[in-house]
Design a protein around this ligand. Structure first.
Ligand SMILES: Nc1nc2c(ncn2[C@@H]2O[C@H](COP(=O)(O)OP(=O)(O)O)[C@@H](O)[C@H]2O)c(=O)[nH]1
Ligand SMILES: [Mg+2]
Length: 683
């Protein structure tokens, strides 16, 4: 039985987070099985878990979005939010975190996962989410727990506090000792662990480990410190109170052990959650919620389901939400709830009103988006949280496979972005491209799969067009004469243009110095029009920039001259003049700032020079111990898949931001290839 009886403490919402493949989805399944929400524990490998039930997740055998499922335990409701571990889907977790009372960080005993763990803990620390570490897969552990903690500690700002130690049967871990309870358990597969006497060698280890746990707690409790110094055994209740308080205040991160596949350690985890995590009122306080009577909810995720339409997964922080509740978001109507649903992974089940603390799906809130704070009432509550997505790092251009789907693609993209706000869409009018910007290859692949499978628009995708330009290096004076005077109404326009390069970044200018009306005033805008048109494709095939054209001479015909004729004359002059001006390709250069663990900095250096990058400098990353920032200038074409290499050189955790800096001349082989490719594409 639980140490504090069975008093109910209200519905909780708990995030399962942690590095990729650490066992989060398996742990969710184990929790649901141990608490009776499901009859049979599925496995990720068999593809029959409650989490990861979307087509894309099953297909890639990984979590690509949050999976939400609720269960009961000792009189209370618990909703678990299984978050993808992959860095590309980290926004799913970040947007969900404001809704949760605590997070369970699932981690393997694997040194290679430390950088990812570091990033995840950082996010939890920044958002002030109380957190447990669940060391999973201890059935496969070949290091001692103590050594592992020493390795992991630098990734955590708060002290990792070992709450359990393993006990052994022979060489393998057969159970654990709970250091707060001072009780020993042996694991039983898919059943509650069995209490066994705490004795012998295990008792000795327990004493040492318990003392060190108490010492850590005493760092933030003077009274406990005195008791320890005076060799007084603190009462068990005091130890539990301290554990709970220090967890909530983010002073410690308690560490529990387990084997998710066998549900070992799962009940103890549930009991720790039950006794130690804050309830909804405290979480609401953390978010700065103001007292009132209106229902308030936070949207952690938006989904478009095949049958139910749009669903907003929301935690209710105050009041009660019914079918028909009308919500406002700050500065916006959000819509009217059409159905309150209980979630079990992908499946939804209609239910009654939801109360403070519960996490449910709300049907058809047309104008609600992920991250919204919703208020039922006239006066919107200020946003409880703001989690802007990280800037995107990778792009693909997408188009509907069939022209007839063009309009449908627009609608599908709107839904896609609602489901995943860390994707942005940019319309490149010049290249007639719809460009999806996102967080990585897998995320964009999943995005195109969703467009096809979920939103019914098969697409094709390719690399986005790089914004090359061209300019000239020499001036020329060029005549352009358009003359057609055989039969019927003739055409006549004649201009002389001075074409010359201007400094980089000054764009295009058109001026005139016409004397004696050799080109009548009313035709001059037509000449300019023709020039601008011709400069859209220079001799190399790209838009021309940094050129000045001056109209200096010309002639006209009283009957045959027209706007059209002078436009054509302007075009001709550019067309014939430009090739004589030594045209040169310009490529966009960006300033890129790469953040990476210091041990990878040297690798970055090599990577940059392979990509025509110019290193501008190195720095330590502010507020990130053991990290560096590398600043480089790099051509746009080389940034295309840069993230793939940056991640592979940094165990997945490196990232970058970039902004346009300048256009630079490009000559030689690379330039020739680009021009040739353009010519063959245009042909
Ligand atoms: N041996 C062992 N394998 C586990 C355990 N928990 C999960 N796994 C396996 O680890 C892999 C990744 O699990 P998954 O739950 O998908 O990890 P996630 O990426 O964190 O959701 C799967 O093959 C699981 O079967 C465990 O406690 N012990
Ligand atoms: Mg998973």
């Amino acid at each position: 039985m639980a140490q504090n009886g069975t008093r109910a403490t209200g519905p909780r919402c708990i995030a399962l987070v942690g590095p990729f493949q650490s066992g989060k989805t398996t742990l969710l399944e184990a929790i649901l099985a141990r608490t009776g929400a499901i009859q049979r524990q599925g496995t990720v490998d068999a593809g029959n878990t409650v989490g990861d039930a979307s087509k894309e997740s099953r297909h890639h055998k990984m979590s690509v979005e949050v999976s939400v499922a609720s269960t009961h335990f000792m009189g209370d409701d618990y909703t678990f939010v299984d978050c993808p571990g992959s860095i590309e889907f980290v926004h799913e977790m970040r947007a969900a975190l404001p809704a949760v009372d605590a997070a369970v960080v699932v981690c393997e005993l694997d040194e290679k996962k430390i950088p990812q763990l570091h990033l995840i803990l950082r996010e939890l620390e920044d958002q002030k989410i109380p957190r447990f570490l669940f060391l999973n897969k201890i059935d496969k552990a070949d290091a001692t727990i103590h050594d592992v903690l020493t390795l992991l500690q630098p990734a955590s700002r708060s002290k990792l506090l070992l709450r359990q130690i393993p006990s052994f049967s022979g060489d393998v871990i057969g159970g654990f000792v709970d250091l707060a309870l001072e009780r020993a358990f042996v694991y039983r597969e898919h059943a509650a662990s069995e209490v066994v006497p705490l004795e012998g060698d295990t008792l000795e280890r327990e004493k040492t480990a318990r003392f060190s746990m108490l010492e850590t707690l005493a760092d933030h409790d003077d009274q406990l410190m005195e008791q320890l110094l005076e060799d007084i055994q603190p009462p068990r209740d005091k130890v539990f109170d301290d554990l709970s308080r220090e967890l909530r205040e983010g002073l410690v991160c308690p560490v529990l052990l387990g084997v998710a596949t066998r549900t070992n350690g799962v009940l103890r985890l549930m009991k720790a959650l039950r006794h130690e995590t804050p309830a909804v009122a405290e979480t609401a306080q953390r978010l700065g919620m103001k007292a009132g009577n209106d229902a308030i909810a936070y949207v952690m995720k938006t989904l478009h389901t095949a049958h139910g339409g749009k669903m907003s997964i929301a935690r209710i922080f105050n009041g009660q939400v019914n079918d028909g509740t009308t919500f406002v978001a700050p500065e916006r109507e959000a819509g009217r709830v059409a159905g309150v649903f209980k979630l079990m992974g992908q499946s939804t089940e209609k239910r009654g009103a939801a109360h403070a603390g519960e996490t449910v799906a709300l049907g058809k809130l047309d104008h609600a988006t992920t991250g919204d704070t919703l208020t039922a009432g006239k006066q919107a509550h200020p946003a409880l949280a703001a989690v802007p997505p990280y800037p995107p790092v990778l792009a693909i251009a997408v188009a509907a496979k069939e022209r007839k789907d063009d309009v449908k693609l627009g609608q599908a993209l709107t839904r896609l972005l609602e489901e995943d706000p860390s994707i942005t869409v940019v319309h490149n009018a010049e290249a007639h491209e719809v460009v999806l910007w996102g967080q990585g290859e897998m995320q964009l692949r999943v995005a195109t799969e969703r467009l096809t499978d979920r939103f019914g628009v098969p697409t094709v995708s390719h690399k986005p067009t790089v914004g090359y330009r061209e300019t000239i290096k020499k001036p020329v004076v060029q005549r352009g004469r358009h003359k057609k005077q055989s039969g019927g109404h003739g055409q006549y326009g004649d201009v002389v243009l001075e074409i010359k390069p201007v400094p980089r970044g000054s764009g295009f200018s058109f001026t005139e110095e016409i004397k004696g009306g050799v080109v009548p005033r009313n035709y001059i805008p037509s000449v300019e029009h023709g020039v601008i048109d011709a400069l859209k494709h220079g001799p190399l095939g790209f838009p021309v920039v940094d050129v000045a054209a001056k109209l200096i001479d010309g002639s006209y015909h009283t009957v045959d001259s027209s706007d059209m004729a002078f436009q054509l004359a302007g075009r001709l002059a550019i067309h014939d003049g430009m090739p004589q001006c030594q045209p040169v390709l310009l490529e966009p250069i960006y300033e890129v700032e790469i953040a990476c663990p210091s041990e990878a900095t040297a690798k970055m250096n090599a990577l940059m020079s392979g990509r025509r990058g110019q290193i501008l400098g190195f720095d330590t990353r502010e507020g990130w111990e053991g990290w560096d920032v590398v600043r480089v200038q790099m051509p746009e074409s080389e940034i295309g898949d840069l993230i793939v290499e940056v991640r592979s050189a940094t165990a997945g955790v490196g990232s970058f931001t970039f902004k346009f800096d300048h256009m630079a001349e490009l000559t030689g082989r690379t330039a020739d290839q680009i021009v040739a490719a353009r010519k063959s594409a245009a042909a």
